[in-house]
Design a protein around this ligand. Structure first.
Ligand SMILES: C[C@@H]1N[C@@H](C#Cc2ccccc2)[C@H](O)[C@@H]1O
Length: 438
């Protein structure tokens, strides 16, 4: 075991109420919104092939021109309640909102920089109405914060010279001041989602970042901070030099999902996912494969079946409106959640691996197993192998709870659940009420 001062400070999952609630969210919404939504992935008629929120890093738009977009920020169609309603209709239990992305533009009137909404034509705070609207909708708010800040003169990719070091010290204080400011201005926020922490300059700040995390947790007891915030003194991120998770949950599942329970190493985790291949901010073009509602519902079920949450990204337009394709997906997913949410909310890994027909989830603290079906067997016979001594007392389709399904024991602890082919192209859920014959 390597002696570490700034590695992980906890072994195993958090057991407090705030984290237990987080663990049961199942489905969340990510919002990426900022100046990058104005160009929407193109400039002067030329398309940027990267992620739209990274357009400033493209040589197709001069940096100063991008930075001057602050004077065009006037989202006349911004309506915080509409965003929160979209999330509510989808069935999201939490939302992660970009307060400041890599370009450094602040959606709140920070007093530590002039590069904020306060100095745009919009003038008003964006974060306060959003936090209030989501709180009112009963959706918990997590604040996304990019440490990397291309607008701040003190940011460095690495620290090589004395000048770098002096500049970065100022940047570190600026970063701390902004984080304390955010936690003070929006005290109902349940957590911070850090990004832009991969550059050497920040990876070298093990002691500072550890002390800052401690200060934030002291200011806001119960605050949820993921594994991406800080590195240990060996430069290790997400998992420290003893391979112990940093922070409260694993934050490495960006646009990818684990496939088996061993992949998540017994940790809490969430997957953040884009609708196109790789566009977080609004992109006019939305090229390539656009994920369907069924694909996203399957990713949600797969995440919950492996003990995690699934967070779907929305990239509102520069005028503040949510694009129609995203609204349609929210409605389709929400219609499915209305019927099947019992198999998603407050559910966990059932101790059973992925099946030919789909995924098992298990109600936390209960005796119900859920079979979330994506591939119905042509025979109508669903093979189910349960842990020893676990019997089935009742089986039924969640949509028709009064119609019990016939259950045939074919081997010890192995059953066929018989369900005639369902119509339609929607995944569905079969409930198994179980009892332990110990
Ligand atoms: C949550 C996602 N993380 C950000 C990123 C990134 C990235 C992409 C490629 C190489 C290094 C970093 C995206 O812009 C989005 O905010």
């Amino acid at each position: 075991k390597i002696e570490l001062k700034h590695g992980s400070h906890r072994i195993g999952k958090r057991t407090d109420e705030v984290m237990q609630k987080w663990r049961g969210y199942g489905l969340g919404q990510f919002i990426h919104w900022g100046l990058y939504a104005i160009p929407g992935g193109e400039w002067n008629g030329k398309q940027y092939n990267g992620a739209a929120e990274w357009i400033r890093s493209w040589n197709g738009i001069p940096k100063s021109t991008y930075d001057s977009l602050i004077y065009k920020f006037n989202p006349v169609n911004f309506n915080a309640d509409e965003w929160a309603t979209t999330a509510k209709q989808m069935g999201a239990k939490y939302v992660t909102i970009t307060t400041k992305h890599h370009d450094g533009f602040c959606l709140w009137p920070s007093k530590y920089t002039s590069y904020t909404v306060a100095n745009s034509p919009w003038k008003k705070d964006i974060m306060k109405p959003l936090v209030d609207a989501y709180d009112k909708a009963g959706i918990d708010v997590i604040l996304y914060f990019s440490v990397m800040d291309w607008n701040h003169p003190g940011w460095r990719y690495d620290i090589k010279t004395k000048e770098d070091s002096v500049a970065f010290e100022g940047f570190k204080q600026f970063t701390r001041n902004q984080l304390i400011e955010l936690l003070t201005m929006y005290p109902t926020a349940k957590g911070l989602w850090f990004d832009g922490t991969w550059d050497k300059s920040w990876v070298k700040q093990a002691e500072f970042a550890d002390q800052l995390e401690t200060e934030m947790r002291k200011l806001r007891p119960g605050l949820i901070i993921g594994s991406r915030f800080r590195a240990d003194e060996k430069g290790k991120r997400h998992f420290d030099a003893n391979n112990v998770l940093m922070g409260d949950y694993e934050q490495g599942w960006e646009r990818k999902l684990p496939n088996k329970i061993e992949d998540v190493h017994g940790n809490d985790w969430d997957c953040v996912m884009t609708v196109p291949e790789n566009q977080w901010g609004y992109n006019k073009a939305w090229k390539g494969h656009i994920k369907t509602a069924n694909e996203l519902i399957e990713m949600t079920a797969k995440s919950v079946s492996l003990g995690g949450n699934f967070v779907l990204n929305f990239g509102p337009q520069g005028d503040g409106a949510i694009r129609k394709e995203e609204k349609q997906l929210a409605t389709q997913i929400g219609n499915w959640m209305k019927i099947n949410k019992e198999a998603i909310y407050n559910c966990q890994y059932a101790g059973l691996e992925k099946q030919d027909w789909g995924y098992f989830t298990k109600k936390t603290g209960g005796n119900k197993l859920y079979m979330v079906v994506f591939n119905a067997p042509v025979s109508g016979a669903y093979r189910v192998k349960l842990p020893a001594k676990m019997g089935i007392t009742k089986a039924y389709a969640l949509a028709t709870p009064t119609q019990s399904l016939s259950t045939e024991e074919i081997h010890t602890n192995e059953y066929f659940i018989h369900l005639k082919k369902q119509g339609g192209d929607q995944p569905f859920v079969i409930v198994l009420e179980t009892k332990n014959s110990s």
